[in-house]
Design a protein around this ligand. Sequence first.
Ligand code: F6R
Length: 600
Amino acid sequence: MCGIFGYVGSEKASPILCRGLKNLEYRGYDSVGIVTGSSQLEIRKDVGRIDDLKTRLSLEELGGNLGIGHTRWATHGRVTAKNSHPHTDCKNKVAIIHNGIIENYLELKTKLVERGHRFSSDTDSEVIAHLIEEWLSKSGPLPGTASSVNGSSFEDACTKAFKQLRGSYAVLAICEGEEKIVAVRKDSPLVVGISEIGTFFASDVAPIMDWTKDVVYLENNDFVVAEKGDIRFYNLDSGEVKRPVSTVEWDLEEAKKGNFEHFMLKEISEQAETIQRACVQDMAVVDRIAGMIRSGYGVFFIACGSSYHACLTGSYLFSKVANLHVNVVLASEFENYEHFLTKKTLVFAVSQSGETADVLEAVRAAKRRGSRIVSITNVMGSSLSREGDELLLMNSGPEICVLSTKTYTSQVVMMALLACALNGDHESCLQKVKDLYLDIYNLTSRSMRDRLKALAGDLSSQDHIYMIGRGLQYTTALEAALKVKEVSYIHTEAFAGGELKHGPLALIEEGTPVFVFVSKENGDRIVSNAQEVKARGGFVIGVSDWDNPVFDRWIKVPDCEDLNPVIQAIPMQVLAYELAVQKNLDPDKPRNLAKSVTVL
Ligand code: F6R
C-alpha cells in the first residue's frame, strides 16, 4: 500500500526522505516521488524502485530542510510517472502526498475544472493540491462547497480543503514560501516521530525508528503543523489538542533482516519465541473477554486473509474445547450480516496491521449498532487498537514480509488461549504453548529447511497444487494454500477432505500433487481421502506425525493436538518460502500485494 514519509528539521531533508522511503518498501509500491524545499519546491518522481531512482533522478541532491516523499501503489490511474506522488496545484506552489481514497474526488474535480484548474494526473489525490490552491487564492471557494473566504494562510487553506474530503486519507502538504509540513489523517495510518533533529511523519513506526522511538499516534481527523523546532496538534472537529508522546517498545533490530536473506525466513524462524509472547496477556482481561463471549448474544469474528484463517481455526477450537459456536465472517462480506447485530452482540476484529480497511469498516458498522468490539492486533497505536472496547496485542514484533507467518501462528495461539479461558483453564494452554518451543525450533532448523527445499525443487514446475484436511487440519490447509499461492504464484487450492468427491476429485490426474494434513483425531477419514486421490494417480504428500503407505512423501511433524494448526503451518511456510526462492521471486514482496491493505 502507499507509503508516506515527511521530515522537517535541522538536517538536509532529501537523504532522510530516501532512507525513510527505503524503510517503507515492505508495504509494496510501484512508483516513488519526493519534493523538498520551501522558497522553491523541487519535485522528482517516476515509476520504479527507490534504489534505482535515487541515482537516476539524483534524489539525494535536492536541497532544503523540509520535504515529503511517497511510495505509490496504484489504485486510481495507471502506474505512470504523472500518476506518482507528489501532486501539485496548477502553479506548482503546493505539493501533497496522499495515502487512502478520496471518495468524492470526481465531484470535486468537476467543480475545480469548471473553475479553470488543470489536472496533470488521473489520480483521486490530485484534487487535494487544487483544493488547497483554491482556498489560498483570492477568488474564494468552490461554488456550493463551503462558505466564502477571501484568501487564507496555508494552514487555514489546508484545514478548509481537508474538511471537503470524503473517504480515507493520510495527507502531507507543503507550500512554496512556507517552512512547514501540514498533515492530516482520517482512517489511514499516519504516525509522527519527535526527535532532536526534527519532526518525522510516516505511515508506520518502523521507518521512523532510524531516528527516534518517540512517536505520536494520531487520532482520526487530527491535523498537525510541523516547523523546525515546533509542532502543533489540532483536530478538525475540536481545535487545538494535546497528543501524548509514546516510546516504541520494540527494537529496530527486530525490524531488520540481520543474517537472514529475507524477512520471510527471519519471521518464520522467530516463531518459537513469538508464540510464547502471544501468551503474555493480562489474564484478567482474557477472562473478562471470555465472560463477554459467554454472555454475548451472537459472537462474530471478522478478519481478512490469514487472519480470517486464524479466526476459522478459532471457531473449531471454541466448538471443540469450549462447546461454543461463533460466527466467522470475512470482513469484506460482513455487510451481509450487519442486520443481525445488536447491543448484545460481541464482535472480534482480528488484524495483524490493525489498518485493514475492510476490517475497520466492519468495526465501525458494528459500533453504529452498539455492538461491543474486541480488537486483536499486532500494532499498538494502529486504528484498530483504538477502536475496540477491549484490546489484545499479539506481541509478535514488526512483521515486515508482506506474507503473514509469525502473526498467523500468534493469532492461532491467542484463539487457543481464549478457548481454554472459556473453560476457566488458561494454564493448560500456556503449558502446551511452552512445550512447542523445541518442536518449532526443530521445524525451522537448517536440516528441515534442506528437506523442504528438496521438495520445493520437485514442485516448483507444477501449475497446480491441492491441499486437503478435516477440522483443524482443513483450516490449516486453507492457510497453507494461501501461503504457497501468494508467494510462488503456483495455483494452490485447499478443500475439506469430505468435499473431494463433491467436485475437486475431477482435478486429480497423474502426478497432481496433493498435500494431506493428518491428525490422530481425524486420521482414518483423511487417509481414506488420500487413498481416493492416490487411486486417481495423485502424488500424495502427508503432513503428520506418522508415516503411512499412502504417502509418496512425508513431512514429519509432531502431534500437538489442538495446537496442530500452529505446528503444521510452519513447514508449509518454509516450503512456500523455498518455492519462491527457487523460482527467483522475492518472497518478501509478492507481486500485486501490499502489507497493509488500507483501501476497500
Ligand atoms: C497473507 C496475508 C494477508 C493478510 C490480510 C489481512 O499472507 O498476509 O492475507 O492476512 O491482508 O491483513 P491484516 O491481518 O493486517 O488485517
